[in-house]
Write a protein that binds this ligand. Structure first.
Ligand code: IMP
Ligand code: MG
Length: 181
């Protein structure tokens, strides 16, 4: 595998991603056995993770997408949440699973979970591929976490910097020369 010029280090390799996704799917398949679950894919960062994960699920799912943003084009969260695209499905009485790429400050998910929780789902849980607990500001933890990473800005496997690098098949640390120029 060739490393992209903008990436200084690979944090989670393709092989590790496969192992992590399988292990998350095992836990979810146990928890939601025979239940129907509304998966809420948070655009755009979770697209690749959700596509990989949902193909390993053995319970029925309804896929919904939401677009929320708390980030501008930089690398630091503004803390503001804007709902750019909402779901159309009525989630009251349903099992809801929010699929996230990464929890950083936690501000986005904290507000999103509160907003969806107010619509009276039967249950609501969060599944995140990555977690950066060192940067947490909001009081939130994921119910299912793929892997914990240090406080570094990462790209790839759906995660972007200024809309770029989502296509990388691994998770890498972005070189500071990319955003400091
Ligand atoms: P939070 O509200 O600070 O938890 O951040 C939420 C969103 O910021 C995530 O869903 C990502 O889209 C983005 N984000 C946070 N950290 C990173 C990173 O290291 N690389 C790319 N995007 C990130
Ligand atoms: Mg995101």
């Amino acid at each position: 595998m060739t490393i992209n010029d903008s990436v200084k280090k690979i944090l989670v390799s393709e092989e590790e991603i496969e192992t992590i996704v399988c292990s998350l799917a095992d836990k979810l398949n146990f928890r939601y056995k025979d239940k129907e679950v509304v998966l809420i894919l948070v655009l755009k960062g979770s697209v690749i993770f959700c596509a990989d994960l949902m193909r390993k699920l053995t319970f029925p799912v309804i896929l919904e997408t939401m677009k929320v943003s708390s980030y501008g084009s930089g690398t630091v969260s503004t803390g503001e949440l804007s709902i750019d695209l909402d779901i159309k499905t009525d989630i009251s009485g349903k099992h809801v699973l929010i699929i996230e790429d990464i929890i950083d400050s936690g501000n986005t998910l904290y507000k999103l979970k509160k907003m969806l929780g107010a619509r009276n789902p039967e249950s609501i849980a969060i599944c995140t591929f990555l977690d950066k607990p060192e940067r947490r500001e909001a009081d939130i933890t994921a119910d299912y976490t793929g892997t914990v990473i240090p406080d570094e800005f990462v790209v790839g496997y759906g995660l972007d910097y200024d809309e770029k690098f989502r296509e990388l098949p691994y998770v890498g640390v972005l070189g500071e020369w990319v955003y400091e120029k």
